[in-house]
Write a protein that binds this ligand. Structure first.
Ligand code: CTP
Ligand code: MG
Length: 168
């Protein structure tokens, strides 16, 4: 039993920069959209108005800072800093992939895509971090299992605080 809790704790500690990078744009985002209003060949937006340059850069900086703080709390600092950057970049790119797919499926900005909304960011974050740090399959499984409920819970709190217009 204690093995499971340890695995979940170390998995969350590892993926933390991705969580922060995913959440930061809700507060820091706004302004011009990343796709600059451009449409894809299907006539729909590439990413949509929910993906902004400010949100992307803000998320990247916040996630990297979380990695830096982890590096101060636990050696080696350089590895945590690099992981923070890669996990944040992966989280933001994964979130863009999700929006790209949603627009192709004709789901409007902010519309729900169960599974995609909760997991695409951690999947790409794990992919980008994998050359730098090998984590166990148990930790990967833990991340995939605990992320959807954590994502839904934080979004609900963001909605209640008036930061988000939708509770999911
Ligand atoms: N956000 C941003 N820039 C990003 C990602 C997010 O500005 N790169 C901000 C937007 O204000 C967005 C909010 O964070 O509305 C919540 O993010 P998310 O749920 O990912 O976007 P949605 O509005 O749901 O859009 P989509 O349907 O494309 O996922
Ligand atoms: Mg959303």
């Amino acid at each position: 039993m204690d093995g499971i809790l340890n695995t979940i704790a170390s998995a969350i500690w590892f993926i933390l920069p991705a969580y922060f990078a995913n959440a930061a744009p809700v507060v820091l985002g706004g302004g011009p959209p990343l796709d600059m209003g451009k449409k894809f060949s299907d006539g729909r937006r590439i990413f949509g108005d929910g993906k902004t340059t400010r949100g992307f850069v803000g998320g990247l900086i916040v996630g990297t800072i979380v990695g830096l703080l982890q590096g101060i709390a636990e050696v080696p600092l350089g590895e945590h800093l690099l992981l923070g950057f890669l996990l944040a970049l992966g989280a933001l790119l994964g979130d863009l992939v999700s929006s790209f797919i949603k627009r192709r499926l004709d789901i409007e900005r902010g519309g729900a895509a169960p599974g995609l909304d909760q997991l695409s960011f951690v999947v790409v974050a794990l992919m980008l971090a994998s050359p730098v740090k090998v984590i166990t399959w148990r930790e990967i499984a833990a991340i995939l299992i605990v992320t959807p409920p954590i994502h839904l819970a934080t979004n609900f709190v963001g909605y209640k605080l008036g930061l988000k217009s939708r509770p999911y």
